[in-house]
Design a binder for this molecule. Structure first.
Ligand SMILES: Nc1nc2c(ncn2[C@@H]2O[C@H](COP(=O)(O)OP(=O)(O)OP(=O)(O)O)[C@@H](O)[C@H]2O)c(=O)[nH]1
Ligand SMILES: [Zn+2]
Ligand SMILES: [Zn+2]
Length: 413
């Protein structure tokens, strides 16, 4: 039985029970009249589209017929008789991408204050997973559904070809904020470490402005999203920290306004997850949390010679846990200098499992004379994939080399 999590409203449902939407084919079956669009109030309510407007006129939805609840394939529309493969979330009535229901889904929640670099990060991360990182792990990443395909194509084209940085993300309460959905295919290792086919996982990224976490209007969707998350990536913008701002006079005109402090976002996040029982009682939250300091290209003067944060990870086909630990320690040392360790002490109190990362999506700051452009050389990321790979490794989706596997001379799995 496959349980899927809707990538729009984040409620879970059995794949076999999802509704269907009629495609309104012109030719009915056995002379039945073709279906016509009808108002979809549930979908309109979720997206905020006017219920009486043309956008809310959609093909009729119907329940999965009894006896055909296998989760796959087509079902005949009870009105016109024509089969349809389109599956629909019963809660929000969004259409799911065509092969979304065939694999388990992993929701990766991405959170950060305004202009922490979330959109740039996701664009570069997906690009790296499709190219360099994909090759390293024999993995492939494909956009799922036409909405992600179109949106990601524009994001990638803007950043890599037109060298334009993304515009500001609207708070989720204001606008229907589509998730980006990708299918990640990784090799499955069978007995003796031999490759045994592929494993497919749907990765859902929902880009959430951190300041929304504390606002009541945005709450429902965020809490559902966070509760469904298999892992959370919290982006911390060093350009919002006072010590860093004071020591970068050359960036004085370009510094972003100071938003919600990272320890506040972390505390709000823990409160939300606890409210959804992702922690035991008053104890620590169990969802793994990757905390990533972004824009590491501006931090070079802080990094001691030979710091793990200044060089890429060396992996040779498996994640190296000692490298992750070195990054975590060097990042803690930076935070000690900046805020006396306030953030990670807060994290220690609230999260059973977290690791610190430090990355740059662009590799160098945007040009001073045109701050809305990417660097002229295009993005040259550093360690942008580390947080996600750690979360995937934790879930057994990528091989991890730990001190234990190395000592025993075992193959990482
Ligand atoms: N130096 C440096 N600056 C970056 C990097 N990534 C993003 N930025 C800067 O941060 C700004 C905001 O990046 P976005 O990706 O739009 O950030 P966001 O978090 O999506 O912002 P909102 O959508 O407004 O919440 C960009 O315009 C860049 O100026 C990076 O890797 N290095
Ligand atoms: Zn839904
Ligand atoms: Zn029909």
């Amino acid at each position: 039985m496959t349980t899927i999590v809707c990538p729009y409203c984040f409620t879970s449902d059995r794949a076999s029970r999802l509704a269907y939407r009629c495609l309104m084919a012109r030719t009915g079956v056995r002379g039945a009249a073709p279906c016509a669009p009808e108002p979809d109030g549930r979908w309109a309510a979720f997206t905020g589209a006017p219920a009486a407007g043309p956008a809310a006129q959609r093909g009729p939805c119907f329940d999965a017929p009894r006896g055909l609840r296998t989760g796959r394939g087509r079902a005949p529309c009870p009105a016109c008789g024509v089969g349809t493969p389109v599956r629909v979330c019963r809660n929000c009535h969004n259409d799911l991408p065509s092969d979304y229901c065939d694999q388990s889904s992993r929701i990766i929640a991405l959170i950060g204050p305004k202009s922490a670099g979330k959109s740039t990060y996701v664009t570069v991360l997906a690009h790296e997973l499709r190219n360099r990182v994909g090759r390293e792990f024999n993995a492939a990443l494909a956009s799922m559904g036409s909405a992600t395909q179109q949106r990601y194509r524009v994001m990638e084209d803007d950043l890599y070809h037109r060298l334009l940085l993304p515009g500001p993300t609207q708070p989720a309460a204001m606008r229907f904020n589509d998730p980006l959905i990708f299918r990640l295919s990784t090799p499955r290792h069978g007995v003796g470490g031999l490759r045994d086919g592929s494993r497919h996982t749907a990765l859902v990224f929902f880009d959430a402005a951190g300041e929304d976490l504390a606002s009541a209007e945005a709450m429902d969707r965020y809490t559902a999203y966070l509760a469904a998350a298999d892992g959370v990536i919290l982006l911390v913008d060093p350009l919002q920290l006072r010590t860093v701002r004071e020591q970068l006079p050359e960036l004085a005109g370009q510094l972003p306004p100071v938003e919600t402090a990272p320890e506040q976002i972390a505390a709000d996040l823990a409160a939300q997850l606890r409210g959804r029982r992702r922690g035991e009682g008053k104890g620590k939250v169990t969802t793994p949390l990757a905390v990533a300091i972004t824009k590491s290209d501006v931090l070079r003067s802080w990094l001691p010679h030979g710091s793990a944060l200044g060089r890429p990870a060396v992996r040779a086909g498996a994640l190296d846990d000692s490298d992750r630990i070195a990054v975590d320690q060097d990042a803690r040392a930076l935070l000690d200098e900046w805020d006396g360790g306030v953030l990670y002490r807060q994290l220690d109190r609230d999260f059973a499992e977290f690791s610190l990362f430090c990355l740059s999506a662009l590799g160098s700051p945007p040009p001073a004379e045109s701050p809305s452009d990417a660097p002229k050389s295009g993005p040259r990321p550093l360690r942008v994939e580390d947080p996600l790979l750690w979360l995937l490794g934790r879930r057994g989706l990528l091989p991890v080399r730990t001190a234990r596997t190395a000592r025993k001379g075992r193959e990482p799995r």
